[in-house]
Design a protein around this ligand. Structure first.
Ligand SMILES: *Cc1c(COP(=O)(O)O)cnc(C)c1O
Length: 338
């Protein structure tokens, strides 16, 4: 038995999910003829109280299409220094959109309305035009931290006032929804566009959605084709997404509970220097000099446990649908032995 805590992307479809995939009604989605993709898009848009949605192969693509839609080359966007769009999308902000990023050092990946205000460029010819703010919720690199709704609303109001577009990288938005108790509609109300991932905690094999108003999604649909993301009988994948939205959201609390237990356990271990607060399903911790991150990874691997080095002395665990209670017990046992 391999215990894989590298990411919540490692899950395999459940038997029930595979069954709905096998029996999906499909068509050519580039011709807008796949009923299951259309059903997933309608369901996702409704969930966030928005007009339209677009099914894409990855969260990187939904984010990158959103940035392209909201900006012109030479513009600047504002985001936190830890954000996925800046760190983990291959330089796509500049590559795809010719846009530069103004990085803000927020509080565990979260920025404020004041941060937005203080980082907007004035109208001088020599300054890049600020046109977009991108937030992440939960924040991956900051240990799955979540925004409070009031802070999001303050940022929204600032963006409206300053005529800036506001995009959410909500790869793990359902973890935030389950943790914070706000609704997806309340989240949708704060943003011009929202990206959600089905392939993280929700346990679908592939897919993300970009959600926004009808005009925005029409533009995004054209860009999806340009980016090479127009898929044909994608209904087999969309069926997994519909199943995941119906059955795998509430259970995210189990992942959070398991992550909390791991975090508490780690705090007691002599070779752990510090543990970031555990807010959702991500546990990030620093090791003492006893281990390097690479050495710790190897040590865990010899016991059949996989983890991700997240820096020289830093390790990340992510809990998920395929991380069972038995695996949790086994992991705790191994951690105590190391
Ligand atoms: C995983 C992730 C994405 C998208 O990743 P893909 O692998 O391209 O689907 C975007 N943002 C965050 C915060 C993520 O964790």
């Amino acid at each position: 038995m391999i215990i894989d805590l590298r990411s919540d992307t490692v899950t395999k479809p459940t038997k029930e999910m595979l069954e709905v995939m096998m029996s999906a009604n499909v068509g050519d989605d580039v011709f807008s003829e796949d009923p299951t993709v259309m059903a997933l898009e309608e369901k996702s848009a409704a969930l966030f109280g928005m007009q339209s949605a677009l099914f894409c192969p990855s969260g990187t693509m939904t984010n990158q299409i959103a940035i392209k839609c909201h900006t012109q080359p030479g513009d600047e966007l504002i985001c936190d220094v830890n954000s996925h769009i800046y760190n983990y999308e291959g330089g796509g902000i500049s590559f795809n959109s010719g846009v530069q990023a103004k990085l803000v050092a927020g509080n565990r990946g979260r920025i404020t309305a004041d941060d937005v205000e203080n980082n907007i460029n004035g109208g001088y010819d020599w300054l890049a035009k600020t046109s977009l703010v991108c937030l992440e919720n939960t924040v991956n690199r900051a240990g799955g931290s979540c925004y409070d709704l009031g802070d999001l609303a303050a940022i929204k109001n600032k963006c409206r006032e300053q005529k800036l577009a506001l995009h959410l990288d909500g790869a793990r938005i359902f973890n935030a929804v389950v943790r914070k108790g706000y609704s997806t509609i309340e989240i949708g109300n704060q943003f011009d566009s929202v990206s959600i991932c089905l392939s993280k905690g929700l346990g679908a094999p592939v897919g993300s959605l970009l959600i926004g108003n009808a005009e925005f999604i029409r533009k995004a649909r054209r860009l999806r084709k340009v980016f090479g993301g127009g898929m044909r009988q994608a209904g087999f994948l969309a069926a997994a997404g519909i199943y995941a939205l119906d059955h795998h959201v509430a259970r995210l609390k189990d992942d959070h509970d398991k992550a909390t237990i791991l975090g508490e356990e780690l705090k007691r271990l002599p070779y752990v220097k510090s543990v970031m607060p555990v807010d959702t399903n991500i546990v990030i911790f620093d090791l003492t000099e006893k281990y390097t991150a690479a050495g710790f990874e190897e040590a865990l691997k010899s016991f059949g446990i996989r983890a991700a080095a997240f820096g020289k002395q830093t390790i990340r665990f992510v809990t998920h649908l395929d991380f069972t209670s038995a695996m949790l017990n086994q992991t705790v046992e191994v951690l105590r032995k190391l």
